[in-house]
Write a protein that binds this ligand. Structure first.
Ligand code: RUB
Length: 354
């Protein structure tokens, strides 16, 4: 558990305050969300991101709606449905909204009950990710013992740390736990184009925690695996189907292919709320978000005077494609690290978690 920061919290005025991830790693700013529409916008414009935290902001968004409309159930439900549509792939969003809807439906004190439920979801996430960290670290220890190595090299894609899911992350939870246990761990951090969640967010988290890491261009992982420089790959997930297929940030699938070819174990870490028990075939049926092509054309960074600048890196007139996620077939996944233990990526094992 990172034990130092929270990605989101209710502040003294009862509003939801969130770390504005769009400014990291250059500036640590927060944004205050007062209404359901604020929370919807924060999810859409990636002020907050990562499946877990999207779910939390959605749940608190329903509470903000309840406060705004003085507990009027019809208006709260309408707002909840708008939030539910804000991004399509991460199922934690739908899961959290559905859970809040049950509370709205049954409550006679909508404002307070929604507040309590949103807090409960967040508190549960903290415990879930702690467990994911412990189970994941067990895998690291086993591999180290089997290979008789003293340093562990692990590769991750995108950001699935405490910024993405309260409070230890999903993919980063085993890494934080290993660091806490004194394991000599080094992380290969995929930059994760086009939004650079690895370069901007994962590396920022790891630097802050004092964990050794190296940022690599997205196309480097296969080479490192061939060279024997990766002991394990771990990613988070945005939605995992009943058959074990896992949707995660675009590029995850390529890492899984390279891992398979090089006999490197490939694990996906996730809380049970990221399973889509209704989806039988992830590759076929998970909806993939298509984002603005500007995210491919334009990069953000600091210039030599320390000013944050947007720069275009492509020729005017070229067309870009920006698929937000891909789906890694279950056959490429060694195991799924959940709060209930490490399970096989198949219908039998996943079905038992329902
Ligand atoms: C985030 C992403 C993360 C997963 C896992 O995509 O793909 O790896 O959400 O996160 P984006 P979690 O930045 O587009 O939201 O830790 O919540 O399981």
């Amino acid at each position: 558990m990172n034990g130092r920061y929270k990605a989101i919290w209710l502040n003294d005025t009862g509003d939801l305050e969130v770390i504005d991830q769009r400014y990291l790693p250059f500036e640590k700013k927060t944004r205050i969300l007062k209404t359901a529409i604020d929370s919807c916008e924060a999810i859409k414009d990636m002020t907050v991101r990562g499946a877990g935290v999207i779910g939390n902001v959605a749940a608190f968004g329903v509470y903000l709606a309840a406060r705004e409309f003085d507990g009027n159930k019809t208006q709260v439900k309408q707002s909840a449905m708008v939030i539910r549509e804000s991004r399509p792939t991460a199922i934690n969003l739908m899961w959290a909204i559905d859970r809040m809807m049950v509370v709205v439906e049954q409550s006679s004190d909508v404002v307070n009950d929604c507040k309590r439920e949103a807090i409960a979801i967040a508190d549960e996430d903290v415990l879930r990710t702690q467990k994911v960290g412990e189970f994941g670290c067990g895998i690291i220890e086993n591999i180290m013992a089997k290979k008789k190595i003293n340093q562990f090299n692990i590769l991750t894609h995108c950001n699935a740390g405490w910024l993405a899911i309260l409070d230890s992350g999903s993919a980063l939870a085993p890494i934080y736990e290993a660091h806490k246990r004194g394991i000599d761990i080094h992380v290969w951090v995929d930059e994760t184009r086009p939004r650079n969640q690895g370069a901007s967010l994962t590396s920022w988290e790891l630097l802050d925690a004092g964990i050794q890491h190296t940022i690599i261009p997205d196309n480097t992982g296969g080479f490192l695996m061939q060279q024997g420089k990766v002991d394990m790959v771990v990613t988070g997930a945005d939605r995992v189907a009943l058959n074990g297929d896992a949707a995660n940030k675009i590029g995850t699938y390529l890492k899984a292919l390279a891992a398979k070819d090089n006999h490197v174990p490939f694990y996906v870490a996730l809380p049970i709320s990221t399973f889509d028990f209704e989806c039988n075939n992830g590759v076929q049926d998970i909806e993939i978000e298509i984002r603005s092509e500007d995210e491919v054309h334009i990069m953000r960074g600091v210039d030599e005077n320390g000013r944050i600048q947007n720069i275009r890196i492509t020729a005017e007139g070229s067309v870009a494609a920006n698929y937000g996620f891909d789906v890694t077939p279950a056959r490429l996944i060694t195991g799924l690290i959940t709060e209930a233990g490490v399970i096989a990526p198949n219908k039998d094992a996943i079905g038992k978690l329902k």
